[in-house]
Design a binder for this molecule. Structure first.
Ligand SMILES: Cc1cc2nc3c(=O)[nH]c(=O)nc-3n(C[C@H](O)[C@H](O)[C@H](O)COP(=O)(O)OP(=O)(O)OC[C@H]3O[C@@H](n4cnc5c(N)ncnc54)[C@H](O)[C@@H]3O)c2cc1C
Length: 453
């Protein structure tokens, strides 16, 4: 008798036997019966049986990847669903194929701007610009969510252009300013940016703004520095927030790129949202006409109204990025074979996908309800927007970390897109109010006590 630990056939390469595999098989089937049946078959029949068994194993086709497990978006208006398809197709054709290349270079693909104008006309049915949007579900689903899902940097470019820059002009601008800027910015004939944060003041911008605006007749003199302003290196117009030296209130100014007192330096070395061009701006006795001051802004409270709208869109963006990372990772894992089987067949891998999906489903339900409540009540609540932004950006970080891990080493290569989502989530976590700032806003609302300082 040969004991199972002895390997009498190993010396003959024709009979290489995997004893561990046989032991595993013996735990599942009666090996004596199996050998008995096999002995009844001739070589041709045995070959056919083996081919069938292999084909059955290969034929396992995973179900389609679906990040909307509860159908949160399934009952959207059919017209909106058509628009989403159109928009998704545009992004998949024009933007996604070049995303990794531009992300790595840290450049923005200027050549897509004219195409953006055309597709915007098509998917908005020529409707005029409005902010906050009249149909926030449509706006958020099409733009914040879909762009986050397919190309997050591009979503940020869009958010700065449409939400922050155009939103400021729409909400606070004079009729002349609106006539000059809204159409060209809406259709990407011009590019816009927005600058609140400073090198020394980010989270405390509401109270600590250092940039000054001094009125001299019909001219304002701006001095100071702004950090981070998105799109600024090539934006035609930037909405600059500065403190009036006379009354100490924050005011908004439209500053054009060719203004001699306006100096823009691209921020280099970013590890997140590399397609977005952020800038360090120096305002050196920058002269702005009174006609270029936003007349609708009287204090920081006005800026805050706009920030709440933008913040809820960033919560939607976080959901999109999480969905994109999950979809790409599951697709990869379904096709990644280790130990002879797709890695999705292993319990620990499945557990991670289920955890990701749970987070995503909670986030989807949260932002959809946030938007519906805001619509029903006719205004965007700071506290609700902050809770969604804080919660969704924190869950996003967890989702992209798991998605990236599931890809193993490939999770840190741009090739499979998940690395881009992983890195881009870091910016989402910090902009439009950091996780802590948004948490403090909600904390103040539920306790009646401000814990900011
Ligand atoms: C990719 C990107 C794009 C951006 N685009 C723009 C733009 O277009 N325009 C613009 O104006 N800005 C932009 N920003 C700036 C962004 O809004 C700020 O980075 C953000 O508000 C945080 O400010 P900060 O970076 O100065 O961090 P800080 O305010 O220095 O915060 C550092 C840390 O301290 C924590 N912290 C601070 N105060 C407290 C407190 N009281 N209690 C607890 N924790 C606290 C913060 O939560 C954070 O974790 C962008 C940023 C990024 C990363």
């Amino acid at each position: 008798m040969t004991s199972p630990t002895q390997t009498p056939y190993r010396s003959n390469p024709k009979f290489e036997v995997d004893l561990a595999a046989i032991q595993q098989l013996a735990e599942k089937v009666d090996l004596n019966k199996l050998v008995h049946v096999a002995n009844q078959l001739d070589a041709a029949e045995l070959g056919q049986l083996l081919r069938q068994a292999t084909a059955a194993k290969k034929a396992h086709t995973p179900p389609p990847v679906n990040s909307d497990f509860y159908g949160v978006f399934a009952d959207l208006d059919p017209d909106l669903q058509e628009k989403v398809k159109l928009w998704r197709n545009f992004l998949n054709t024009e933007i996604v194929p070049i995303a990794n290349e531009y992300w790595e270079k840290g450049e923005f693909p200027m050549e897509v701007l004219p195409k953006l104008g055309d597709i915007v006309r098509e998917i908005t049915d020529g409707a005029p610009y409005q902010f906050p949007p009249a149909d926030p579900v449509k706006f958020a689903t099409l733009f914040s969510l879909e762009m986050g899902r397919l190309e997050p940097s591009f979503g940020t470019f869009w958010g700065v252009q449409w939400g922050l820059c155009l939103g400021s002009i729409y909400m606070f601008g004079s009729e002349e300013q609106k006539a000059k800027w809204i159409e060209p910015l809406y259709h990407f004939e011009k590019v816009g940016s927005w600058a609140l944060t400073e090198p020394t003041n980010g989270s405390d911008a509401a109270m600590g703004l250092q940039t000054t605006a001094e009125r001299q007749g019909d001219t304002w003199i701006l001095n100071g520095q702004k950090k981070w302003s998105g799109n600024a290196p090539f934006a035609d117009v930037n909405v600059i927030w500065a403190k009036d030296t006379a009354d100490g209130q924050v005011k908004g100014f439209l500053v054009e790129l060719d203004n001699p007192g306006y100096h823009v330096e691209k921020l280099e070395g970013k590890i997140s949202k590399r397609i977005v061009q952020n800038a360090l701006i120096t305002l050196d006795n920058c002269q702005i006409s009174e006609a270029d001051r936003l007349p609708g802004v009287h204090s920081f409270r006005d800026v805050g109204r706009q920030l709440a709208a933008a913040r809820s869109m960033v919560a939607w963006e976080a959901v999109g990025v999480a969905m994109g990372a999950y979809e790409k990772a599951l697709d990869y894992a379904n096709n990644r074979i280790q130990f002879g089987k797709p890695i999705t067949s292993y319990q620990m891998v499945q557990q991670q996908f289920v955890e990701m999906l749970g987070h995503i489903t909670a986030m989807q339900a949260m932002v959809m309800q946030l938007t519906r409540v805001d619509l029903r009540e006719g205004h965007i609540s700071h506290e609700r927007a902050s809770l969604a932004k804080a919660y969704c950006s924190a869950r996003l970080r967890e989702v992209v970390a798991m998605a990236r891990g599931v890809l193993g080493g490939n999770g840190i290569l741009l090739d499979h897109d998940v690395a881009r989502f992983f890195a881009d989530a870091e910016a989402v976590y910090s902009y439009e109010g950091t996780y802590e700032m948004n948490t403090l806003i909600v904390g103040r609302a539920i306790t009646g006590q401000s814990a900011f300082v």
